[in-house]
Design a protein around this ligand. Structure first.
Ligand code: IMP
Length: 219
């Protein structure tokens, strides 16, 4: 099944392809000639994700999906939330956002550093619109760790991790792995997990797997 993923973020495209597996061919809007920035003017993840999917459907007329995600930090009253990508001033890079968050939380004790990634995926197929939500609970670490993932992954410490985490092969050959989560007692950051391990627990992974199940069920 061919689907357009309304994103210009190559990390997300690669991650989604990995999660959905070979039964799905994901293409970017740019590869179909749509290179302008997709508008994102909503104040909720649901609204933004719908706006992006709708934009693609109207401009390309193809089955598609879009995601919107954010980091909710309890100490910041759930912020930066929908504004996560634009947390630092100007036109921030990932590292600017991450450094700002570390700075803002520098005196906040471990027990108050609770946070979650939330994602909402909107699928438009035929004239059907469906949304899927995923949440990954964890804490904001006090320093950067690991080289994997993107965005805030070096400072996000998930509460639970797949028990095969010490075994890269097991995770990368089981991208759909969902069971056997164990407490993250060593404080491993998202960016230290093998790709399959992050996908197995991530907010977007949860959405994508739910979407894949839904697509299979309507065949
Ligand atoms: P958007 O969904 O593209 O609007 O992005 C929201 C922002 O949340 C991104 O720019 C990242 O900084 C952050 N983010 C979303 N998902 C992840 C993730 O899986 N790991 C790390 N950061 C993420």
């Amino acid at each position: 099944m061919k689907l357009v993923f309304a994103t210009g973020n190559s990390h997300k495209l690669q991650e989604a392809q990995e999660i959905l597996g070979p039964g799905f061919t994901l293409v970017s809007p740019a590869s179909l000639g749509l290179t302008e920035e997709i508008p994102e003017t909503g104040t909720t993840l649901e609204a933004n994700s719908l706006e992006k999917a709708d934009y693609i459907y109207k401009h390309l007329g193809t089955d598609c999906f879009a995601d919107d995600s954010g980091l909710e930090v309890d100490y910041l009253g759930g912020g930066p939330g929908v504004y996560t990508a634009r947390y630092a001033d100007g036109e921030p890079q990932y590292k600017d956002n991450l450094e700002k968050l570390l700075h803002v939380l520098k005196d906040v004790p471990w027990e108050k550093r609770t946070a979650r990634f939330r994602a909402v995926v909107t699928l438009i197929i035929g004239n059907e619109v469906k949304q899927f939500e995923g949440v990954l609970e964890g804490r904001i670490g006090t320093e950067r760790k690991g080289n994997g993932g993107f965005g805030y992954d070096p400072i996000f410490i998930p509460n639970e991790i797949p028990d095969q985490v010490g075994n890269d092969d097991a995770c990368s050959v089981m991208p759909g792995l969902t069971g056997h989560l164990v407490p993250n007692t060593q404080g491993i950051a998202n960016a230290e997990l093998p790709e399959g391990g992050k996908n197995a627990i991530s907010h977007r992974g949860q959405c994508m797997r739910a979407m894949a199940e839904y697509l299979k069920s309507r065949k």
